[in-house]
Write a protein that binds this ligand. Structure first.
Ligand SMILES: C[S@@+](CC[C@H](N)C(=O)[O-])C[C@H]1O[C@@H](n2cnc3c(N)ncnc32)[C@H](O)[C@@H]1O
Length: 214
């Protein structure tokens, strides 16, 4: 597998008008690449931060069994309206993943909510200001992936699309930090650099961090 990709950050279907100022989706082409590489038809594919459902829609179209967890009810309702099996997305909190009734999972991919190191909002509760520290963010994402690891089949792969964040001359090394803390609970297999035509956060590339369970 190549360790870099060149992709366009475009989507095949626009979001409904109420969501258009918050289009944080990754493109279908990114999913297609990783589902081809790491899954087969009939595999269960989980996105623990399902957002607008890109992972679920592509998985369903490619004959995989989609499964998602999403905190925001409006997004859950939108995704449900477009899935042939609406129950494939759970309205829930991935910080309590162990308490959710999930089957054994063959593959997981997501882009988690991002955090700048000096921001007070908690990305895992829809960016509510609560004097939340970056160290707590890293602790929470480690815990989510520790729980997720217990639901994955042996040899399963887990992928996160993440970027470092450059703002006002400061860099939050989000991709490095997430890679480090998840490596404490899953096995890091390496990164794929994704070069985008346009991106954001002060960069035009991001990383797909690949982990395995055993
Ligand atoms: C970057 S978006 C994911 C986008 C998605 N991969 C797509 O392409 O449509 C991150 C999502 O995580 C959700 N989220 C944040 N905290 C969560 C939590 N504790 N449990 C589940 N979902 C959460 C947010 O509401 C947001 O929709």
């Amino acid at each position: 597998m190549k360790t870099y990709l060149h992709l366009e950050l475009t989507h095949r279907a626009p979001l409904p008008a109420i969501f258009q100022n918050d289009d944080v989706r990754y493109p279908e082409s990114l999913l297609e690449h990783f589902l081809q590489e790491y899954t087969r038809p009939g595999d269960v594919v989980l996105d623990p931060f399902a957002g607008y459902g890109t992972t679920l829609f592509v998985a369903e179209r490619m004959g995989r069994i989609p499964l998602g967890v999403e905190l925001n009810k409006a997004k859950v309702d939108y995704v449900r309206s477009r899935l042939s099996r609406p129950e494939a997305i759970l309205h829930g909190d991935s910080r309590s993943l162990k308490e959710l009734d999930l089957p054994e999972i063959d593959f997981s991919m997501t882009s988690p909510p991002y955090m700048n190191k000096d921001d007070p909002e908690n990305p895992f509760s829809d960016y509510q200001a609560e004097d939340y520290a970056y160290s707590s963010y890293l602790r929470d994402i480690r815990s989510i992936y520790e729980q997720l690891g217990t639901r994955m089949k042996p040899q399963a792969r887990v992928v996160l699309e993440v970027a470092n964040l450059k703002r006002g001359g400061q860099v939050t090394t989000l991709a490095w930090d997430i890679g480090r803390v998840i490596s404490e609970v899953l096995h890091f297999q390496g990164e794929i650099v994704v070069c985008w035509d346009k991106y954001g956060y002060g960069y035009d590339h991001s990383y797909c961090l690949v982990f395995s369970v055993e």
